[in-house]
Design a binder for this molecule. Structure first.
Ligand code: GDP
Ligand code: MN
Length: 349
């Protein structure tokens, strides 16, 4: 682990490049949180979890992104919480608004229909901008350019276990591109044409589909239909190079032009997950079975007692979602021929 800056201080978009020069062979990595000023105290809980369980030993930076200006209180409090350097960025207006090819009347009608059907966030404009931003833009923000890896953190999450190794170094050493803790099927009503659009993309750009991909994780019928399985993107550790690659950029552009972020309610989770499953070789996708995680309403609590005791996980394995019938992690284990931990059956219902 390289030397971390002693003094934490907030800075604006211009950044502090010098801090990096001293860090030697430390991985160029950061935490990243998209948040509003009013998310501050829920986010502070998350930061505290991540710092206590991991970052107090490693002092990685933290980038905060917002479609609005962060206020002084937000910056002051988060800077005090993070043991690495904090950076605060605003999102360019054109990345948080309707692109010119979107028919806003049509989009408004869809929101009305989804409101009537009580589809979660179906009537929200800002949620759609958020999903589109997380799908296509966060990794291009100027503040993110100095990094190779990221860990996404949302407000109100929990990490249950000590993480006594450098997760970013693990990613670099093993050449992992995408890491997750929880996986489940997406609400169908939010993505009616996402798979059809994806199939068209694959037909037009077969060169971007990896030969050793994990399509079987997201499709039960050889690619004819999407089974809805997605990695829950409120936790993500990943290689930014993947999102910045021609393959993913083309895929995002294709989806964006199709309009489903606004005419439906495509989430960044299914978009990231489908992309990772098709455009990456499957061994570059990593399941974290040892960190313990919570985002309302699901828990990842390692069912392997050895893991739980070694890492002092403060969670109840009976709450674990990993091996429940509805969890897609079962499928992940199957398609990768992985052995489930002993006694997993006890926690399957
Ligand atoms: P959920 O987890 O799907 O229920 O969605 P969240 O409300 O947690 O939003 C996902 C992430 O985007 C969180 O990090 C939020 O803080 C952030 N977020 C959601 N909406 C907005 C928004 O309108 N502006 C900003 N700046 N961040 C947002
Ligand atoms: Mn959330």
């Amino acid at each position: 682990v390289g030397k971390a800056p002693e003094v934490t201080e907030g800075s604006d978009d211009t950044g502090e490049k010098e801090a990096f020069a001293e860090q030697g062979d430390k991985v160029k990595a950061t935490f990243v949180s998209l948040a509003r000023n009013r998310d501050l105290y829920e986010l502070v809980e998350s930061i505290r979890q991540v710092e206590d369980k991991f970052n107090k030993k490693y002092h990685y930076d933290w980038v905060f992104l917002n479609d609005d200006e962060f206020d002084t209180e937000f910056k002051k409090v988060t800077t005090a919480m993070v043991s690495g350097t904090t950076y605060y960025g605003t999102i360019p207006k054109e990345q948080w608004g309707f692109p010119e090819w979107i028919d806003t009347d049509k989009a408004a009608k869809v929101r009305e229909e989804m409101r009537a059907k009580k589809i979660i966030y179906g009537d929200s404009i800002s949620y759609r901008h958020m999903c589109r931003y997380e799908s296509g833009f966060f990794f291009r923000h100027p503040l993110m350019q100095q990094y190779e890896y990221y860990w996404r953190v949302e407000p109100g999450i929990k990490i249950f276990c000590n993480i006594d190794y450098d997760v970013f170094k693990l990613f670099k050493d093993k050449n992992y591109a995408y890491g997750f803790t929880i996986s489940l099927p997406e609400y169908r009503e939010t993505i009616p044409t996402l798979w059809e659009t994806t199939k068209k993309f694959m037909a037009e750009y077969p060169q971007y589909v990896d030969k050793n991909n994990m399509q079987d994780f997201i499709s039960d019928d050889g690619g004819s239909s999407y089974n809805g399985c997605h990695f829950w993107s409120n936790f993500e550790i990943g290689d930014l190079k993947f999102w910045r690659s021609d393959a993913y950029m083309k895929y995002f552009e294709y989806l964006d032009k199709a309009g489903g972020f606004f005419y439906e309610r495509w989430g960044d989770a299914p978009v990231h997950s489908i992309a990772a499953s098709l455009l990456l070789p499957k061994e570059r996708i990593h399941f974290f079975d040892d960190v313990g995680y919570y985002h309302v309403p699901f828990f990842n609590c390692p069912v392997d007692e050895k893991v739980r005791l070694e890492n002092q996980c403060s969670c109840n394995p009976n709450d674990d979602f990993t091996f429940k019938g509805y969890s897609c992690v079962n499928r992940y284990y199957k398609v990768n021929n992985l052995k489930k931990p002993d006694g997993w059956e006890k926690y399957a219902n």
